[in-house]
Design a protein around this ligand. Sequence first.
Ligand code: ACM
Length: 261
Amino acid sequence: MRIALIQNHPRFGEVENNLNGLLTLIESVEADLYVLPELCFSGYQFVSTDEVRSLAVDPDGAVIGWLRQAACDRNAAIAFGYPERSAAGCYNAAMVVTPDGRDLRYRKTHLFYREKDLFLPGDSGFGVIEWHGLRVGLAVCFDWYFPESFRTLALKGADVIAHCSNLVMPYCQQADLTRALENRVYIATANRVGTEDRGGEALTFTGGSVLVSPRGEYLLTLPKDAEAAEVAVIDPEIARQKKINRYNDIIADRRPEHYTL
Ligand code: ACM
């Protein structure tokens, strides 16, 4: 299975331009699963809930339809983050769309920093969707900081975690090595680049998207400051083998009776 990391530089609020840029990056490489960043066509640094609402989209609407169409055209799954509008308010959401018209929907569980003033806390829980024999789990950016997020996806059977991100701290790309090892899963962290200076605060996104193997190896490392699209081949069977030697199985050997939740 070929996994593509798509790393873009969205311009805040320029939804159509940003979508066109993403589609150009997607079309530049051949893959079975494309992983795009968090809030990948809206931009990140919203200044009010009204502004979020003005750029948030309906998961069944026309904007997401562009990405559904791209999945059909390329016969590939696409994972991406977007601002989701609902009757109750807006969510920092992500979705995996497949060419056969299915999708997996996710609302970010762990909101970061000012996101807490702007979005509703996610209520979907973590999920996994199967596409062409590959089990894809979905997480958004700051979820990585909570080991329970990727553990839950591993326990739900994910082979690869599509981790749509807008990282501003420098730790995740290294922490992914540990998260991948401790769960024996592939992690595809698709990050963005660029700076957004809005609402009196500038945020610079750290780029450096990574694809990490269940053995704790970098399969892809993208540049820190430029748009990019790169592909690597993965073997889901490696993620399904939770035994690390004759004695140890990292899932079966857990001792939950000694853990505090
Ligand atoms: C983040 O969750 N966007 C850092």
